[in-house]
Design a binder for this molecule. Structure first.
Ligand code: IVH
Length: 710
């Protein structure tokens, strides 16, 4: 029997998965140092469950699919849970949610379901007797946990004394560390040269497992109550009532918890309501201020929960709908160098496509030369100092909505033939010499470099610049290499209609070079393009300045510059004076928020006599540049103040807020400095709020701001 088993590939796979899961469990639960990603863990467990269902005869009685957590660590007392602390089954796709709902409705036709974030921390059971907190235990293996009472008493969200509670009450919930507290802890650790934590969950778990409660007390931990264990009487007839009762007793409960409505009432099925909520919270995830890894759905009615009951380690009345993995491993197929608008060389990783956070990723940024070599801009090692090579197995991650990044490299999988990446020493597009500029490498070709020229045109027509209707990146690509109507510098866009007309007038029949006669174009497309270009001739000064694509002048700085100089001629004269070395004119620029040596240097480069300045002057000749009208600030309470927006705004978009403030005569700056009068901080405000606090700058929320300008 044994011999046959040992050669059975299914058995061997099951045994291997079980071993990996056991190792991963110990690393995660006992040592707080995960060795595989949550997604990889879930995938392995799902595979093992499938195999066990197909081949029950091969299932190990000690299989990790029948266990939760890991045995308790030495050093803590043990607490046996009166009612086991279980885990939750997982749902990954809508079909899994539909199956859960169907199972529930088979027992109760009109069951309602609560939905709430799944907190990525560690679960804790708090026992209260006659209102007093008597013990706190971790989950441990689900049956026996660690006695962390002394540590729990240091957590502000955990009441020591309850009034009006059942005589025995065990409250369960999650201990976690907020992003702000996590960053502060790591910053302190880095300063003191002690161990930093990889993520808030590890930090929370590590802090709870301190044998010295004074150390726990120094780490700010938080706690959400979401369930209960042993108790002398029920808290309520439903999940939502019971949670509300916990809130009344003084526990922090998650404000995002929702209860489904009857389908008739909202015109949406239960599954749709749940999936919509999942999506809504997934979008807000980055702004919550703490880590969550999914949504937990629970049957609301407690009697129905009891009727549904449990599987071996998970309830049938609840399920965790996980978020898609935000990390994944794949192969680095090639490293390509892109030359940007300002000449900066950006290496891009071409990857074997892989799903990360629900999106297929095939490219990731590699930042610069040092990043590939395994160093940050200060020369410190990143990824353990390991370089990246074509052929490597790399870990990709996405944080929020940003461009995917390479997190790690698996040296054990490096092909023998992989060699260190040779960063080019001249521009791959125009062969001009490359100079080092801070942490990046830059092509010195300027407008002579085709890549820079093309990117500048794309910038000029972009939404925050000239915003030419019907003229986007593809048009630039199309006309760049067009024989009849070439587009090489900004002014060519505005001479295009006249050049096209000329072409049409002199065209030999059948040559089809003018737009209206081209294949795929026709008179109406041609006319639309011309109308878009004509409309864009009249351009506000701030968009013009931004559209020039001068290094370090983004749209915020461009609009501050425009407000300072009011009209194009004054701006141009001042910029040329700066290039000629005029100190007073440079001082006028420097007085503008956000302008320092970098911008002054860029102005010099752009406006010294030469092709760049010629191109700008030629463009300006084709345009009608609108001066900035002085804002009507007669009865504005914010005229002359410098304000900064940070975090998420709810009532309006960032650009609407900015325009409104500027219309009222306020200056909107991009960063907080001692010149800032007010910081308007929405949810998720980060370092700017800290800086404002440090500088004593007034900080208000969006509502207070709206009231102020009303
Ligand atoms: S309810 C019977 N609600 O997720 C299980 N658990 O993977 C009752 N968790 O052990 C648990 N947030 O540590 C529940 N809102 C939430 C949760 C939550 C996080 C954790 C908890 C549990 C694990 C299961």
């Amino acid at each position: 029997m044994k011999d046959t088993l040992m050669s059975d590939p299914v058995f061997l796979e099951m045994r291997e998965i079980a071993q990996r899961l056991d190792e991963a469990n110990l690393a995660y639960h006992r040592d707080d140092t995960p060795i595989i990603s949550d997604a990889e863990y879930d995938a392995l467990k799902a595979r093992l469950l499938d195999l066990e269902a197909l081949h029950p005869e091969l299932k190990d009685t000690d299989s990790p699919t029948g266990k939760v957590g890991a045995p308790v660590a030495a050093g803590f007392g043990k607490i046996t849970h009166k009612i086991p602390m279980l885990s939750l089954g997982n749902a990954f796709v809508e079909g899994d949610v539909a199956r859960f709902v169907a199972q529930v409705r088979a027992v109760s036709r009109d069951a309602m379901i609560t939905a709430e974030p799944k907190i990525d921390g560690l679960s804790l059971a708090l026992r209260y007797e006659n209102g007093a907190l008597v013990s706190a235990a971790t989950r441990g293996d689900g049956a026996v946990g660690e006695d962390v009472t002394a540590n729990a008493r240091t957590i502000g969200d955990i009441p020591q004394q309850l009034t009006g509670a059942p005589s025995v009450l065990e409250v369960r919930g999650e201990v976690f560390m907020s992003h702000v507290d996590f960053e502060a802890l790591n910053a302190r650790a880095a300063k003191n040269g002690t161990k930093t934590f990889a993520n808030p969950r590890n930090a929370a778990a590590g802090s709870m497992r301190q044998l010295d409660a004074r150390i726990t007390a120094e780490r700010k931990l938080s706690f959400f109550a979401y369930a209960w264990g042993d108790m002398s009487e029920h808290l309520g007839a439903t999940q939502s009532e019971s949670i509300a009762r916990l809130g009344e007793l003084g526990f922090r409960v998650n404000p995002l918890m929702r209860l489904t409505l009857s389908s008739g009432e909202v015109g949406k099925s239960l599954v749709t309501q749940l999936v919509d909520y999942h999506q809504e919270v997934a979008h807000a995830r980055a702004e919550l201020g703490y880590d969550i890894d999914g949504i937990v759905y629970k049957v609301d009615d407690i009697a129905t929960q009891i009727a549904l009951g449990f599987r071996s380690t998970t309830p049938r009345w609840a399920v965790a709908h996980k978020f898609a993995a935000e990390r994944a491993w794949t192969r680095l197929e090639a490293i390509e160098i892109q030359v940007g608008r300002t000449g900066v060389l950006s290496p891009v990783a071409r990857l074997t496509p892989v799903t990360v956070g629900g999106v297929v990723v095939s490219n990731a940024t590699l930042h610069n030369h040092d990043y590939i070599a395994g160093r940050d801009s200060a020369g410190n090692p990143i990824r353990g100092g390991n370089d990246l090579r074509v052929g490597d197995r790399v870990e990709i991650y996405r944080a929020g909505d940003v461009i995917p990044k390479v997190g790690g490299v698996d040296l054990s999988a490096r092909p023998k033939t992989a060699f260190p990446f040779a960063f080019p020493s001249s521009c791959p597009e125009c062969a001009s010499p490359i100079v080092r500029d801070g942490s990046s490498q830059r092509c010195t070709g300027g407008l002579a470099c085709p890549a820079q020229g093309k990117e500048r045109l794309k910038h000029l027509v972009s939404r925050d610049a000239f915003d030419i209707d019907g003229f986007g990146d593809t048009m630039v690509d199309t006309f760049w290499s067009d024989d009849a109507l070439p587009l090489r510098q900004p002014v060519d866009i505005f001479t295009l209609p006249a050049r096209d007309e000329e072409l049409a007038r002199n065209e030999a029949p059948g040559s089809n070079r003018s737009l209206a006669t081209r294949a795929g174009w026709g008179p109406s497309s041609a006319n639309k393009l011309v109308l878009g270009i004509e409309a864009a001739r009249s351009v506000p000064l701030d968009r013009m300045i931004f559209g020039l694509g001068i290094r370090h002048i983004g749209s915020t700085t461009a609009s501050l510059v425009a407000r300072t100089f009011i009209d194009w001629d004054s701006f141009l004269a001042a910029a040329i004076a700066v290039a000629e070395g005029s100190a007073p004119q440079a001082a006028r620029f420097r007085a503008i928020d956000g302008i320092g040596d970098a911008v002054i240097g860029a102005l010099r480069e752009t406006f010294m006599p030469g092709p760049e300045r010629n191109a700008i002057e030629a463009l300006a000749d084709e345009l009608d540049i609108q001066s900035i009208s002085a804002p009507s600030t007669a009865d504005s309470s914010v005229a002359g103040l410098t304000v900064v927006f940070t975090g998420t705004l709810i009532q309006m978009t960032r650009s609407e807020a900015k325009k409104q403030a500027e219309d009222l005569g306020a200056k909107v700056a991009g960063s907080v400095s001692k010149n800032t009068d007010i910081l308007i901080a929405g949810p998720g405000a980060g370092s700017k709020a800290d800086k404002a606090a440090a500088l004593g700058v007034k900080v208000i929320d969006e509502a207070a701001w709206l009231e102020m300008i009303a």
